[in-house]
Structures are given as C-alpha cells and as structure tokens.
Design a protein around this ligand. Sequence first.
Ligand SMILES: Nc1nc2c(ncn2[C@@H]2O[C@H](COP(=O)(O)OP(=O)(O)OP(=O)(O)O)[C@@H](O)[C@H]2O)c(=O)[nH]1
Length: 495
Amino acid sequence: MVLAQLGGSISRAIQQMNNATIIDEKVLNDCLNEITRALLQADVQFTLVRNMQTNIKKIVDFDALAAGHNKRNIIKQAILKELCKILDPGKPSFAPKKGKTSVVMFVGLQGSGKTTTCTKYAYFHQKKGWKPALVCADTFRAGAFDQLKQNATKAKIPFYGSYTESDPVSIAVEGVERFKKENCDLIIVDTSGRHMQEAALFEEMRQVYEATKPDLVIFVMDSSIGQAAFDQAKAFKQSVAVGAVIVTKMDGHAKGGGALSAVAATKSPVIFMGTGEHMDEFEVFDVEPFVNRLLGMGGGDWSGFVERIQEVVPKDQQLEKLSQGNFTFRTLYEQFQTLLKMGPMSQVLSMLPGFSQELMPEGREKESQAKIKRYMTMMDSMTNQELDSSNLKMMNESRLMRIARGCGRPLRDVMELLEEYKRLAKIWGKMKGMKIPKKGEMSALSRNMNAQQLSKALPPQMLSQIGGMGGLQSLMKQMGSAKDVMGMFGGGDNK
Ligand SMILES: Nc1nc2c(ncn2[C@@H]2O[C@H](COP(=O)(O)OP(=O)(O)OP(=O)(O)O)[C@@H](O)[C@H]2O)c(=O)[nH]1
C-alpha cells in the first residue's frame, strides 16, 4: 500500500534530520519540505499540508528553544502531533451501544465499496455479540440487493430489501421498522451510490435520511480517489449529517492520504478501514497508532493486532494445556489449525512496523502455510493414542512407516514432522506453570509494550498460541531468550 511509502518518505526525512550534526532552521525546513512533498504525493489536500507546516514551525521556535533541549525530539513530536491533528477532528463519532437500537446509514460514491463495507461493519459487530441487520435501500443499481443478500446470507445476518419496490424511502422505513420490532441493535441502511453531479440522487439520499432518522451517517470513501477526496466528502457532508468516515481499499495502490482530507472535509473521524474484499478484511482505525506506523516511529497498531489474534485463539483450552506442559501432537495440530485460521499472515504482520520484511519475507508465507498443511495431513494419519501422547518413544519405526503410508508421503517427511514436534515441544515445555493472562489484561498489556522488545522476540504464530502480547510478556520472562522462538516458523534461518 502506498501509505507505507508515505511513511517511508516521512521517516527518511526525519532520519536525514537525525543525521545532521546541528539542527538549525535550514535542517528543519529541508525536513518539512520533504514531508510536504510526500504528503502532497499521497493526495493530502494542499491547504492541510501548508497549515501543518506553519504549525510545526510555530511549535519549533529555534530562538525560544533553550540550549540543551532535544530539538530532534521536539520536531518529531511536533510532526506526529500535527499529523494526528489532521486525522482527529476533536470529537468522537456517535458510538452505537450493544443492546440499544441504533440506525446507521451508509452513503458514498458509486463503487466506493459501500455495500461490501455495510456487511463488513455488520459482521464485525456480530462477532462481538451484537444483533445487526441490513437494509438495502439501493434501488438505483441493479444487482445491489442481490449483492447485499448474498453477503448477508454468508455472514448469517438478517436483511431486508425488495426486487419490486422502487422507492428507496419506503424500503428503508419498512426495513428499519421491521428490525426495530425484532430487537436488532444495529440497523444498517445501505443507500444508492451517487455521482457528485447527480442532484436527484443526493435529494433521494436526503429523503432516506429524513425518513429513517439515523443515529449515525457513515461516509464510505475509496482511498484511491486522491485529491478529489476533500470535495467529495464535503458534498456529502452538505447534504446529510455525516458523522464518521470509513476508508476502503487500503490494500490496493491507493495513496491513502485522502483519508486525511476526508476527515478535514467532514470534521468526522475515520472509524474503520477496509483492507480487502473479504468480510474480515476490516480494521478499527486508531489515529495515533496509524500515524505512528506511518512515521515508522514504533508503537504499531497493537490494538488491531491483538484483537485479530484474540479472535482466532481458542481462549482457554490450548493455553490451559500449554501451561500444564502437556504438549502432544494433538496440541500441535490444534495450534496449526489456529495459525491457518489467522488468514494471510502478512496482513496480520503488516500491522507491526517493519515486521513483514524481517520475519516473513515475501514468498515465505505460502511456503510456511503449505508446510503446516503438510504436517496436518500427516497427523491425520495418526491414531488417537499417538495424537494424545507426548511420549516420543512410542513413535517407533513401524508406526512412522504406517503414518507415511497413510498420508502418502515419504518417511523422511514424517521424520521432519517429528523433529519439528520435538523442537516445539521443547520450547513450549518451558511454558509449564506460566500464568495465563486474563482476557481484559491482554489489550492493556499490549498497549504498553515496547516495539523493540517485541521485535526481538515475536514470532506471530507463537504469539497466537500464547494469547497475544500479555502471554508473550510472561513467556519472555520465563524463557530468558526469545531467540529460539523466533526461528520456529520462518522467523530465523530454519526451514
Ligand atoms: N481490495 C478491496 N476491494 C474492496 C474493498 N471494499 C470493497 N471492495 C470492492 O470494491 C468493489 C465495489 O464495492 P461495492 O460494495 O459493490 O461498492 P458500492 O459502493 O456499494 O457500489 P454502488 O452500490 O454502485 O454504490 C467490489 O468489487 C468490492 O469487492 C476493500 O477494502 N479492498
């Protein structure tokens, strides 16, 4: 994603400043010019960039800075603060409450990803125990209802729409009424996509708004619309009370800076971002971690990372077993299942600054996944007794031959699995007696974690097994060194 490039350019500019022996006005100006160029290239609106530059210069007053002050830090903090300021309109958006009915209306340009995002938003909440429902008030695009219906069915979310009714206002009203009666707590209304010039469609959007009286209007914006972001967002804001923004397609070649402009135009925060076509490629947007990540200043988006991990880790069973030091082939099998469930590792990793490159170079991920699947196939040929035993002596030659025959793989592959098991059993054996972090503790711990510490020790797969950052901290304490953990699945030089 091009945002990463923006982050790269900005961190390079800061690095150049760091390399300078003396930090004077010229060095600051050079640095700011670099950053300005990077932001403009990333489609951030010109006025925003200019204001930011002026503000930073105001904060970093060389005459006023007493000798001995760390000018580099002051400048870095000023840049961070100003970028956050652009993304933070100062007041949070309306937050629906679980168990209490809220109506949320989605608006946006045609093709922005609105319909997809409605389902992602519903699915995100459904996983957290909400009762969402989808209403398709897009009567303009043929196929819109089918698309919503298909997505909703897949995610088992109730939906409402009509093939015959052509008035979006009546559909919206009927749908909202119906789901209110059914005690749904998050009623999501999808509206027709509009072109900016289509006054009639804007009027229709206003009517749906008036009729359904949504608690929140979310403006969905394709992150690739570039410099047009500001004007488009403003046009929507002038028609209906936009209260939040979701930026989509952040996985593509989008420059992403449009997000900053949309916030400025609507004075509403970005609440989520779409990072792919699939239902779960959707992340909570947090300003500070986002900017930190952009600047490569560490910190990372731990909250999204941990959340993702917590979703896939079967909370108690695996951890309980591990803490008892009971590491069997079955435990390993379950852990592999967890890993595969985590989805594309690079996506999880990309939430952590610098990680994807260091830990899982491109191309390695598929290899790791294929290896895991191969191991699992072999374990499918094991008997229950073999799966539940941690006694390797039991694995005599005839058993190994039988497993190899059963899964149609050469004996050496089964031996390799055995070696992998031994190595992991040794490492995980050290978790015996480990204190398992409670659910709530994990996020709190993870927020405070230092990226450097983590970068030394973090194998993401291991992290998933031990329950996120909280588990990692406990583990690191007990292991003394996390180096051998890193090598496990392609982190180091291992196969
Ligand atoms: N790569 C990627 N594709 C996305 C994302 N969000 C949506 N899309 C794709 O963008 C295309 C348009 O999405 P829709 O949801 O149909 O767009 P829409 O805004 O509802 O379209 P209208 O109903 O015409 O207004 C689809 O192919 C989606 O799969 C995303 O975050 N990443």
